[in-house]
Write a protein that binds this ligand. Structure first.
Ligand SMILES: [Zn+2]
Length: 308
């Protein structure tokens, strides 16, 4: 059974079976147990939630394995452990199948049946003392890079030796962007129903139509509050760069992960806001205006667009 199907079958979100509806791009990322994987993410696309479920599923589906989940610091790991991991582990029967006594559970350690999952704020002690079959690094770019390298030594005794890093990008050629650049670079395409062209939709004038926007604007980040007040953002849409027809981003059968360099040994995925139909042009422009107001345009690129 694929990891994504297993998660749907065995876990719930807000008391309903977990679903990938509207977020179908997550399936392949969940199913991919590649030993060396880098995923560039943007905000509001649910990847941390997905990673936690994949991490716990790996522990539950393999007998007697260990895995380490790192976050950049103690405050972050404690928050994730308490608010996301603990409720999930406690509420799903599939994570509580141990036949003997009470499982060992704390903020930093979850026994899942015969396996162990460690959560850490990327600390030296953990990087040199726990042996693991898999390392999941969340927010790679905010983490101490030397420490991340040190964690590699923890995989030496394992048959799996899996390292998967996920992050909002920051600087070009640093952290998750560096990992993605040397990878096979999967992009989430959308096929045009009119001309058949395969698009990698981006927030640029080649793809984005906003009624009322002047054709003189070559860089959409130039939109400010004054310009936005003349735009019909509710009617904005994403179009085919080849023929101009509206792209049906919500139609999973038109969408597909395609690697730019299929022969490369490292795996990479880039998740952008148009990977899901839930994030609209209007949302991206609203965020742009807010980040501009706070004089934080760089962060808008990193977190909203997922660009370094
Ligand atoms: Zn087209």
């Amino acid at each position: 059974m694929l990891m994504s199907d297993w998660i749907v079958k065995n876990t719930r979100l807000r008391k309903r079976p977990f679903s990938f509806a509207g977020y179908e791009f997550q399936r392949q990322i969940v199913d991919d147990m590649h030993p060396n994987m880098s995923v560039i993410k943007c905000s509001q696309i649910g990847l941390t939630e997905i990673q936690i479920r994949k991490f716990l599923a790996f522990l539950a589906r393999n007998v007697g394995v260990s895995a380490i989940f790192t976050l950049p610091d103690d405050a972050m790991y404690k928050r994730v452990s308490q608010t996301r991991v603990k409720p999930l582990v406690e509420s799903e029967a599939v994570f509580n199948m141990q036949t003997s006594e009470k499982p060992i559970r704390s903020m930093a350690l979850y026994q899942i049946n015969q396996s162990f999952g460690y959560f850490t704020g990327n600390k030296e002690g953990d990087a040199t003392s726990i042996n693991a079959d898999a390392l999941f690094h969340d927010e790679v770019d905010l983490s101490d890079q030397e420490m991340l390298a040190l964690f590699q030594s923890r995989l030496q005794g394992s048959d799996y030796r899996i390292t998967q890093g996920f992050s909002t990008p920051t600087y070009e050629g640093f952290g998750v962007d560096a990992g993605f650049k040397v990878s096979d670079q999967h992009e989430y395409m959308c096929r045009c129903t009119k001309c058949g062209h395969h698009n990698i939709p981006a927030f640029t004038p080649d793809f984005v139509t906003i009624p009322g926007l002047s054709g003189d604007i070559n860089d959409l980040s130039e939109i400010d509050a004054e310009i936005a007040s003349h735009l019909d953002l509710g009617a904005a849409y994403v179009r085919c760069e080849n023929c101009g027809a509206r792209l049906e981003l919500h139609e999973p059968s038109l969408r597909e992960w395609v690697p730019r360099y299929p022969g490369r040994r490292q795996r990479g995925y880039r998740v952008t806001p148009f990977a899901t139909p839930r994030l609209t042009v209007e949302y991206i422009v609203d965020q742009l205006l807010q980040y501009k107001q706070r004089d934080a345009l760089r962060r808008w690129y990193n977190t909203v667009l997922g660009e370094p």
